[in-house]
Design a protein around this ligand. Structure first.
Ligand code: SAM
Length: 233
């Protein structure tokens, strides 16, 4: 079994080898990723689908905790929990209400006991699953933690051709102009960001006991969004 420290080193490598820079990138990209389209989706596909106002929300791979902070402003009565593994993300954590909890854990093998069973009304996994070696342990833990009438939201990168992936990742830089190190990094990232198709994610969610309520494509088809609930037995 891999230790937490080994996992943290592995994640830092996935984040480009410079944790502090990766955490700053997460902070800088929050508003772009949580744009008007996201908040409309949040209202219509998530909040309006719940039978009552949520009381507990869990954010998996919460990074610098900006999403939790935004929810604390929007829904001040919700008890917030985040799970994160990278120390450099936690080092740049934004301020949260004092009754919030941030847990340090490896979501490849989550500690189920750290959260009450069937207690969470919303669980968010935003851009997390592709960073896990395998997502099944985390999805089964979500099933264990989710309230019977709760919702799990999964947003993640999906497979795309190199011809659309690389120009987007490189912006204006030509492939031929990259250094050896940059080439190695982008081709490793290409594999990691291309793990699943949207159908793969749908299949994994169904296999782990969920029923899909909402599915759509975002970022010009480079990512997919799912809202799921526990499937009836
Ligand atoms: C791409 S970032 C997304 C952060 C945030 N959810 C957002 O949407 O801005 C993925 C996050 O998941 C965390 N992560 C990756 N693997 C993890 C693991 N095995 N256990 C816990 N957190 C993990 C990373 O450290 C990172 O903060």
């Amino acid at each position: 079994m891999i230790t937490l420290e080994q996992r943290q080193r592995q994640i830092e490598e996935h984040h480009g080898g410079n944790g502090e820079k990766a955490a700053q990138r997460t902070l800088d990209n929050f508003a772009r990723h949580h744009n008007e389209d996201f908040w409309t989706f949040w209202q219509q596909a998530v909040l309006q689908r719940l039978p009552a106002s949520p009381k507990r929300l869990l954010d998996l791979g919460c990074g610098t905790a900006q999403f939790l902070q935004a929810i604390s402003q929007q829904l001040p009565r919700v008890k917030l929990t985040g799970i994160e593994c990278a120390p450099y993300m936690l080092a740049k954590q934004v301020s949260l209400p004092t009754d919030s909890t941030l847990l340090v854990d490896d979501l490849n093998a989550p500690e189920r006991e750290c959260i009450e069973p069937s207690s969470q009304h919303i669980i968010m996994a935003n851009m997390l699953l592709h960073e896990l070696e395998q997502p099944i342990s985390a999805l089964l833990a979500c099933h264990h933690w989710l309230a019977d009438d709760g919702l799990l939201v999964v947003i993640d990168m999906v497979r795309q051709p190199l011809a659309s992936y690389l120009p987007h990742a490189l912006r204006d830089t030509a492939v031929a102009a990259l250094s050896d190190t940059e080439r190695a990094f982008h081709f490793r990232q290409f594999q990691e960001h291309n793990r699943y198709t949207a159908d793969d994610l749908a299949w994994l969610l169904t296999e782990c006991g969920f029923e899909i309520c909402h599915r759509d494509a975002i970022r010009s088809g480079r990512a997919a969004r799912f809202v799921v609930r526990k499937a009836p037995h």
